[in-house]
Write a protein that binds this ligand. Structure first.
Ligand code: NAD
Length: 349
């Protein structure tokens, strides 16, 4: 039995994590959930946005399914863990748990409208440094600056992880993304580190792109790319862009992986504009749960969910509004569960 920490989160988080949980439970996976509350609602209720109990749970399970947590825009929102302060719960978890890579696949699905076909990209976003060290200051009343930190160790580690993932999953080509023509030291070091690691992985294709050129190519011929490795901020932006290429935030899952534990969460945020209205698309969270199942070795259950989700997408009658349908979160979830229940026993197992 695999124990998993479940953080419902804020906004649509409780709705989409409930959907993912129901579907995982129906898949036959040997998972036991441990609920841990974190986020703005927890903070507003008089507690800490990220209470120590969350870390206690993760220390014993090693695996987390996390709903999105809300960060107020434009006002200070310090998330304190011990004597360390972070700008959001998600960043605090990634840093404290040393989740050094964010894996974000973006691919076309049948029945989901998008401008492009044959997109199947995996993005490896370095998760621990770059501008996300959030070391900012006011130089004077009208001038602000931030530190962009890049290290050889973290850049080589994320590139090695990308090649290992490619080995396991049959991927062929890695593109390292940078802006070293301008940021010669920081992005130059990221590029040089990726090139060094690539030299010992010659069985795979490897090339490089300047970030602006990559963005242009992604919106003209995204099918040309296989895997991308990027520093933290470019990785964040490009993974949302890639989500847009294949049907929007509602279909983009993610995994944050470290040496000791892993956290699975959708790319999207807490979507306060549609929270509590049974309108959220649960697909990104379901796909994140599928990545979790593969991480813990529950491949048969993952395959069952994949098959049921594909069938519901192809059928097209129980899709949420962002996918062009009129079903709610619950209706789409129920359709996936019912499809799984109709699958012959042992299928894909
Ligand atoms: P968002 O992703 O929450 O929403 C952007 C738009 O996409 C909204 O119109 C929303 O309705 C729509 N959307 C998002 N997910 C959807 C889904 N599953 N189904 C249907 N529509 C969906 O981004 P935002 O508005 O910039 O951020 C809202 C909050 O979420 C902020 O407080 C932000 O800090 C937080 N956030 C958290 C995480 C995280 O916890 N990992 C990630 C991103 C944003």
């Amino acid at each position: 039995m695999h124990r998993v920490t479940l953080i419902p989160g804020d906004g649509i988080g409780p709705e989409v994590t409930r959907a993912a949980r129901e579907i995982v439970d129906a898949s036959g996976a040997a998972l036991e959930w441990e609920i841990a509350e974190a986020g703005m609602a927890t903070g507003n209720a008089g507690g800490l946005p990220l209470p120590p109990a969350v870390f206690d749970s993760i220390a014993s399970t090693g695996v987390v399914l996390k709903g999105p947590t809300q960060t107020p825009f434009g006002e200070p929102y310090p998330v304190q863990v011990g004597d360390r302060v972070y700008p959001s719960v998600a960043i605090a978890l990634r840093k404290e748990l040393k989740l050094f890579v964010n894996v974000r696949p973006a691919r076309n699905y049948p029945g989901i409208r998008s401008r492009f076909e044959n997109v199947d990209i995996v993005i490896f976003r370095e998760n621990s440094e770059d501008l996300y060290v959030a070391d900012e200051r006011m130089v004077d009343a009208d001038t602000a600056e931030a530190v962009k930190r890049i290290t050889r160790g973290a850049s080589e580690r994320v590139t090695r992880f990308a090649f290992d993932y490619m080995q396991r999953t049959g991927r062929r080509n890695l593109t390292a993304v940078h802006k070293s023509n301008v940021l010669k030291l920081t992005d130059g070091l990221f590029l040089q580190s990726a090139q060094t690691v690539a030299k010992s992985h010659r069985a795979f294709g490897f090339d490089t792109r300047v970030i602006d050129a990559l963005c242009m190519e992604l919106v003209t011929r995204p099918e040309a790319f296989d895997c991308l490795v990027l520093p933290n901020l470019y990785g964040d932006i490009v993974s949302d862009l890639a989500a847009g290429l294949v049907g929007g935030l509602g279909v983009a899952p993610g995994a944050n992986i470290g040496e000791a534990c892993a956290m699975f969460e959708a790319v999207h945020g807490s979507a306060p504009d549609i929270a509590g209205q049974d309108r959220a698309n649960p697909m990104a969270m379901i796909l994140s749960a599928v990545m979790l199942l593969r991480y813990v070795g529950e491949d048969a259950a993952a395959n069952r969910i994949d098959a049921a989700l594909l069938a519901v997408l192809k059928d097209g009658r129980q899709l949420t509004r962002d996918l062009g349908g009129s079903a709610g979160t619950r209706g789409m979830t129920q359709a996936i569960v019912e499809n799984m229940n109709r699958q012959p026993a042992g299928r894909n197992g």
